[in-house]
Every structure is written in structure tokens, then in C-alpha cells.
Design a protein around this ligand. Structure first.
Ligand code: MIG
Length: 799
């Protein structure tokens, strides 16, 4: 911990005055008398990169986080020199650099300060390792709020916190515990109702201080590497998050089954136990798409092997599970057992693929298999080799997904829980020590795994899940929040972690439902499932040490409620898939914390529990035992209680009654929510109608529905269906305009439209301006109608 006394430490060095500058296309270089260079690059009008060196020149510019295909290009760039400062102006921003001390201020074009250096860039030389500890401090205004940073187990608004980024196997972590498994050095600041973002792209151990040490100062620093950050202009949080996600990359669509319910435990074995579990799901009619094999499926924990006693014929078993609709996902860890008889070990040794200590010997560490060596996934040749290892598992045996664990990397029985810092890495041709490679090790492993699974799963889509990740990992993999605990507090943590991951570019995330360590009560498990079905990744997992955690480990009531909520998730699959599409297309987070949803309402700035699932469903978990309801904030606008269909006007905190088999769920007025029938697994049923729940609104609302073949890559060639419904409701009528894009023809031919909250009785219906008789549209009980899917305008007229 750095204290105030240390802050006054005279070891800190600062840029002196600027003596020259050069402008080279999109970049401007400022040189100080003491050899500091600041390179400012205009990536886009609203996205500016700042790089500092203290030695007069820059090292090779290389980042694992930045997506090579990110958008760049600006409309306007002008550099001017004044007596006291330089100014860089784009069509969105103005950036002022003081000549005397190189301090930077960023303004919007109305002259509002967006972000201003306090001390600005400074550094401390590191005698022990060479290079610098690089530091940045910014002035913070009263009322400023901070969000983001990945998987932090603390309140949504990070104001007043100091956080640390160093990927760590943090078994049974606690609230506020630092650091955790993932590293996303990206935060969103919100000040004066304007949002901005900072992405500090530095893989060394980094720290962020949000007005914790000093009230009006935000600072961030790294134990090595470069001061290298991107400033992202809002003013809406959506602008910041979508720009950040564009910069660090978006995933491809997962297969739709990956959005189903997954069941996991450490461990299901032997084969008969796996089958017992899967059959029980079908027998109890609780939908489930994936079953996981944890480390015990392997022979002595050797990756890419099978314990033949437990699993005599994996190919047959995987095929039989597939017939019943189950996809098999297997765990693969980074540690390769030191064993001269083990093919994977032998090959990696021969090819020199393992990480080495600074002085030459292989890095050795204990994990599940005993003493292991560890592939250097930062070497592209090693990644290629690793990808190739998946051939048998995927092409031959038919495994559909791979789960990467322990990739922080975790090492047992050593105080720092990971590699020694002197271990060497290739870092894609930029050799470095583990100090620099530690935080991206897990991502590079997941990346290699992704390429392998993708190659051998083709023409189907791959599914990868990882525990450790650095910014940008979303391009390759989903993730879970690691070894949580079966406590109510952890349910609170899971809710925040998944929302936070969502606004940190890495939305395909979930928690171990029910808790990994310890045993949940039936009530806690129920409350967790009720939240978990609204998380992009939905899996029950447990350590297996404290008893079973399948739904039927609890009483009938729990089983019934689990079924009810998992059914709801399966009904909402088209809605969930649509939000995934918006994530991969536009970088829009699938879950939206209330502050993201309505940043100009200050009531949202400190909310934690409520979030928007997709665009139009408001969810709030029950986080306490024996609850008959809870208080919650309803954001501005009109919302229908999903369970009662009663209308609430938002912008206030209210009490919501819920039974044990409900949590507060609200649907935005005007929304059209698409639903599939309940299926026991994705693709089980053929159906001829898409259900559309239409929530009446006096006014306008737009809803979209994305669909495609649910797997494969045809969607990239335009074979998808994208429906836009524009609802306009009036006192006695409602109009739906439908616009269709894409070349995919859905299997169903009709819509069943449920009319919810209509204040009038339907008198007649016009389709494309022609009145239709009620025998052409099935219209019953005044609350739903069935119409052919091809229409442009549907006009519902009341009496
Ligand atoms: O040291 O593979 O977070 O999900 O079940 C424990 C066994 C290793 C940690 C993972 C957990 C997994 C467990 N693993």
C-alpha cells in the first residue's frame, strides 16, 4: 500500500518543459527537455491514445488487447501552438497540452472539461527490474462516479475504492477482496452527467485509485511497462462502452445451445453418473443443454487423455449424450504433467514449448497432476501446437466445448500462488518476464484453445469458457467468475460482477449458480437460479465437497421453481440471442446496470441490484432469506410487472411483493418480447409460430428480433432474419410496423401476439391497410391473435 508519506517521496520524476513537437499524420509527438516523449494519437474523433516514454524513444508497439480490426479514422484534426500550450482539436474533442509541465486537459467542443491531469504523468525508476513504475493522476470533481474494471467483487460505483489488477486464483474470495481472476484495466467516469472512459492498456500489475487516497484525485499506475492509455469520449455511457468494445474486440455468435442451461460439478464420473444426471434432467423436465466433465475425466489429470476406467468409450458416451440433446464440455488446464511417457509432455519438451526461468531451467510448478511444466501461450508457435491438440477431442470424440481453468496461471503450495516473476515469455516476439506476461497468460491460453476448437468444430461454432482473462479476451471466450461461495453475500456479489463484466466489454459471463464452495440452502439455490437465468452464461457448478447441487438435491418446491425459471430462459432464447447479436454487432452490453440505462437520473448512480436484461426487461434479484418482496428502484418510464401485468410509472423506489417462486421482473411498455416454446434443449422442437408478447403503450417503442440457423456461419453471409417492430399506441388503437432484413427464412410461418395491458377491446384488425376477418386472424378471448408472419403494418383498432 502506498501511503501519503510515500507520495511525497522524492523518487517521483516528472516531465520538464516541452522543447519541441512534431505532427505526423494522426499522431503528435511532444518532447521535453528531460527526454520524455508524449505521443498523442487520434484514433477517432472521440478516441485518443496517450503514450509516454522517459527514454526519448518508444519500444515496439504491441498489444494483445487491441483488436486489429477496430475502427479508426477521424473527420477533423488540427494542431495549433499558443504561447503557453499546444492544442489538438478533432470534430469531437479539444486536447490542451501545457508547455511548462506537459499536463493534459481534455474538453468537449462546448468547452466543458472532461478530464484533466492533476499531477499528470510521473514515474519512479525501478532499480531492481529496470524500467519505470509509471503513474498517472487526474483531477476528480465532486460527484464524479466510476464504473467498470471487470470482475471486482465490490459495489457498482467504484468511487472511494482502490483496486488492483493481478490475475489471481482467489478461492472462496470475499466481498471487496482484491485482486481477482480477471484484469480489465478499463473504467468509465461519470461526471456532470457526461461519461468518458479510460483504457490503461498495460499488462503489468496495475492499480486504480478512485478518490480513495485523496478526495479529488483519480490515479492509476503500473509496476512496469508504458503509460499507455486511451481516452474515450461519451457523452453517453453507451458511446464509451461500445467504443471500448470496438477497440478491444467483439466475439462471434456462440451456438444458441450455449445460451441454454448448463450443469456442472467437480466432478461427474464415471460414465454411469453422468448419464444418471442427464437422464434426471429429462425425467424432471428441467431443460438443459450442456453437461461438464471436470478434471477427473482425465488419466491422472493429464490434459487430452481419458481415464478409461471411468470413461471406457468417450466417443460413444458423447454421442449418446448428444442424442439426448446434451453437449459435452470438458476442462483443460495449462499444467502439463512432467511424465516422460506422456505424449503431450514429450512433444512440448522436444519442441521447447515450455516456459523457462530467467537462467534457463524449465519453470516447474505443482498443480493437479503433480509437478508440471507450462506451455508459453504467448508464443504463436505454441498456440498453434496447442490448437492442434484438440483434434481428437473435438473431431473424433465429439466434445462441443472446452473449459479453461487455472490459467491465472495458478500454482499450488507457493506463497504467490503463481509463476515466479523471472519466468520468461515470448510475448509474440517481444521477450519479457512474467511480470509483464502474467495478466495475459490466461487469455492467450483461451485464444489458442478457441482456435483449436473452432478449427475442428467447423462448420459448427466453438464454445470456450475461461477463468482468467485480460481485456480483449471476449474475442475468443466466455467466462465465469471463479470460486465463489454459497452465501447470500455471494449472490449479491455475483449480480454485480456479471453486470460489471457486461459494461467492461466481456458480457458472456455468469457465476457458479448456488455457489462453488459450501452448500446452499434450497432457498439460496432458488434465489440464485432466479437471477442466473438472466445472466448471459447460465451454469450451476459446485465443488462437490459439501453435497449435491443438482436441482433435485433440494425439495420439490425448489425443483418446481428451478423448472419454472429455466423454462422462462428457454422461452426467452430469441430475446437473449437478439441481445447477443447487438453485443457482437455493436458492442452493446447485454446487461445494463441502471446507471448505464439512465445516467442522467442521479438516482441510478449508486444502484447495485437492479439491471436491464437486454433492452426491455428490468430484473432485480431477491438477495435476502425469507423475503416476501423487496424495495427496488424502477427507472424512469412505464413498466409492466411481468407476473401481474400491472403498470408502474418509474423514477421512484417502490416495494414489490414477490412470492418464493418470483423475483421482481418488469417489461418496458411498448415492448414486443419474442418467445419460443419451452424445449428441453435447443432445437428439440419444430414449431410453427413465434410468440410475441406485446405490452401496450400510449406512445412509441421499437423492438428487434434476431434469428438465424442457431449454429454455423451462414449468418455471416447474410443468412439471418432481423425483425424490427415499431409500435405506436394511441388511446383506442395500436399500430405495429414490421421491417425485415436478412436472407434467412425462419421455420415458423405465424406470430402469436399476446396483447398485454390493452386499455380497450379490439373491434377490428387491419393488415397492410385491409380489414381482415377474425377467421383469417385467430382472435380469442380478446387477448391474443395469430397472424401470418409476412406483414408490413398491423393495425389493431379498439372500440
Ligand atoms: O483447484 O477443476 O474454479 O470451477 O471445478 C481447483 C476443479 C480447480 C477450480 C475451478 C473450479 C473447478 C476446480 N478448479
Amino acid at each position: 500500500m502506498i501511503t501519503n508519506t510515500e507520495l511525497e517521496f522524492k523518487g517521483d520524476l516528472y516531465p520538464s518543459k516541452i522543447v519541441s513537437f512534431e505532427h505526423d499524420v494522426d499522431s503528435v509527438f511532444f518532447n521535453t527537455f528531460n527526454s520524455v516523449v508524449l505521443k498523442i494519437t487520434v484514433v477517432r474523433d472521440s478516441l485518443i491514445r496517450f503514450r509516454y516514454t522517459t527514454k526519448g524513444y518508444f519500444s515496439n508497439d504491441f498489444s494483445y488487447a487491441i483488436d486489429k480490426s477496430h475502427s479508426h479514422g477521424y473527420n477533423f484534426l488540427e494542431v495549433t501552438e499558443e504561447a503557453e500550450y499546444y492544442q489538438i482539436q478533432t470534430s469531437k474533442l479539444k486536447c490542451v497540452i501545457q508547455k511548462i509541465d506537459m499536463r493534459v486537459s481534455i474538453y468537449d467542443l462546448n468547452g466543458n472539461v472532461l478530464l484533466e491531469d492533476e499531477l499528470g504523468f510521473h514515474w519512479e525508476e525501478s532499480y531492481e527490474y529496470g524500467g519505470n513504475i509509471v503513474k498517472m493522476s487526474k483531477a476528480s470533481k465532486d460527484g464524479e462516479c466510476f464504473y467498470g474494471l471487470g470482475d471486482k467483487a465490490t459495489q457498482m460505483n467504484l468511487k472511494g475504492k482502490r483496486l488492483e489488477n493481478f490475475a489471481t486464483d482467489q478461492y472462496a474470495f470475499q466481498k471487496d477482496q482484491e485482486p481477482l481472476y480477471k484484469v480489465v484495466p478499463f473504467f468509465i467516469g461519470l461526471q456532470n452527467k457526461q461519461a468518458y472512459g479510460i483504457f490503461f492498456d498495460n499488462t503489468f500489475r496495475t492499480f486504480f485509485d478512485f478518490c480513495h487516497e485523496r478526495r479529488n484525485v483519480t490515479s492509476f499506475w503500473a509496476e512496469g511497462g508504458e503509460m499507455n492509455y486511451y481516452f474515450i469520449h461519451g457523452p453517453q455511457m453507451e458511446d464509451v462502452v461500445t467504443s471500448y468494445t470496438d477497440l478491444t474486440g467483439k466475439p462471434e455468435l456462440p451456438p444458441l445451445w450455449a445460451l441454454g442451461y448448463h450443469q456442472c460439478k467437480w466432478s461427474y464420473f464415471p460414465e454411469s453418473n453422468v448419464k444418471e444426471i442427464t437422464s434426471k434432467f429429462r425425467e424432471l423436465k428441467i431443460p438443459c443443454d450442456a453437461i461438464y466433465l471436470d478434471i477427473d475425466y482425465m488419466e491422472g489429470f493429464r490434459c487430452f487423455t481419458w481415464n478409461k476406467e471411468y470413461f471406457p468409450d468417450p466417443k460413444r458416451m458423447v454421442a449418446e449424450l448428444a442424442e439426448d440433446g446434451f453437449k459435452t464440455v470438458v476442462i483443460i488446464d495449462p499444467g502439463i504433467k512432467i511424465d516422460k511417457e506422456y505424449a503431450v509432455y514429450k512433444e512440448a519438451l522436444e519442441k521447447d514449448y515450455f516456459c523457462k526461468r530467467a537462467d534457463g531451467p524449465y519453470m516447474k510448478g505443482k498443480v493437479w497432476p503433480g509437478e508440471c511444466n507450462f506451455p508459453d501461450y504467448t508464443n504463436p508457435e505454441v498456440r498453434e501446437w496447442w490448437a492442434g491438440l484438440f483434434k481428437e477431442l473435438i473431431s473424433d470424440i465429439g466434445v462441443k466445448g472446452v473449459w479453461n481453468d487455472m490459467n491465472e496461471p495458478a500454482v499450488m503450495e507457493v506463497p504467490n500462488k503463481t509463476f515466479p516473476m523471472d519466468v520468461r515469455h515470448d510475448y509474440d516476439g517481444n521477450p519479457c518476464s512474467h511480470r509483464k506476461a502474467h495478466n495475459i497468460y490466461g487469455t492467450q491460453m483461451a485464444r489458442a484453445t478457441y482456435h483449436g476448437v473452432k478449427r475442428f468444430a467447423y462448420p459448427k461454432r466453438p464454445f470456450i469458457i475461461t477463468r482468467s482473462a485480460y481485456a480483449g479476451a471476449q474475442r475468443y471466450t466466455s467466462s465465469w467468475t471463479g470460486d465463489n461461495v454459497a452465501t447470500w453475500e455471494h449472490l449479491w456479489i455475483a449480480n454485480i460482477q456479471v453486470q460489471r463484466m457486461s459494461i467492461s466489454g466481456m458480457g458472456f459471463t455468469g457465476s457458479d449458480i448456488g455457489g462453488f464452495a459450501e452448500q446452499p440452502s434450497g432457498e439460496l439455490y432458488t434465489r440464485w437460479i432466479q437471477l442466473g437465468v438472466f445472466h448471459p452464461f447460465c451454469r450451476t457448478h459446485s465443488s462437490g465437497d459439501h453435497g449435491d447441487q443438482e436441482p433435485w438435491a433440494f425439495d420439490t418446491e425448489v425443483i418446481d421453481i428451478t423448472r419454472k425459471f429455466v423454462n422462462l430462459r428457454y422461452q426467452l432464447l430469441p430475446y437473449l440471442y437478439t441481445m447477443f447479436w447487438q453485443y457482437i454487432e455493436e458492442g452493446i452490453p447485454m446487461l445494463k446496470p441502471l446507471v448505464y440505462y439512465d445516467q442522467s437520473d442521479i438516482q441510478t448512480h449508486y444502484r447495485n441490484d437492479e439491471f436491464i436484461f437486454g433492452n426491455q426487461i428490468l430484473v432485480c434479484p431477491i438477495l435476502e432469506p425469507n423475503s416476501l418482496g423487496r424495495r427496488m428502484y424502477i427507472p424512469r418510464g412505464q413498466w409492466y410487472n411481468y407476473w401481474t401485468n400491472s403498470l408502474v410509472i418509474g423514477g421512484k423506489e417502490i416495494w414489490v411483493d414477490t412470492k418464493f417462486d418470483e423475483i421482481p421482473v418488469f417489461v418496458k411498455a411498448g415492448a414486443i418480447i419474442p418467445k419460443y416454446p419451452v424445449q428441453q434443449y435447443v432445437g428439440e422442437l419444430e414449431f410453427d409460430e413465434l410468440t410475441l408478447d406485446l405490452y401496450y403503450k400510449e406512445g412509441k417503442e421499437k423492438s428487434v428480433v434476431y434469428e438465424d440457423a442457431q449454429d454455423g456461419y451462414d449468418y455471416k453471409k447474410g443468412r439471418y432474419s432481423f425483425l424490427t417492430f415499431r409500435v405506436t399506441g394511441k388511446e383506442k388503437e395500436l399500430n405495429i410496423q414490421l421491417h425485415k432484413e436478412g436472407k434467412y427464412d425462419t421455420n415458423y410461418s405465424k406470430y402469436k401476439i399476446n396483447l398485454i395491458g390493452f386499455p380497450f377491446k379490439v373491434k377490428s384488425i387491419e393488415i397492410d391497410n385491409e380489414e381482415v376477418l377474425f377467421d383469417r386472424v385467430k382472435f380469442e378471448e380478446d387477448n391474443y391473435l395469430i397472424v401470418g408472419k409476412e406483414f408490413n403494418v398491423l393495425h389493431i383498432i379498439g372500440e
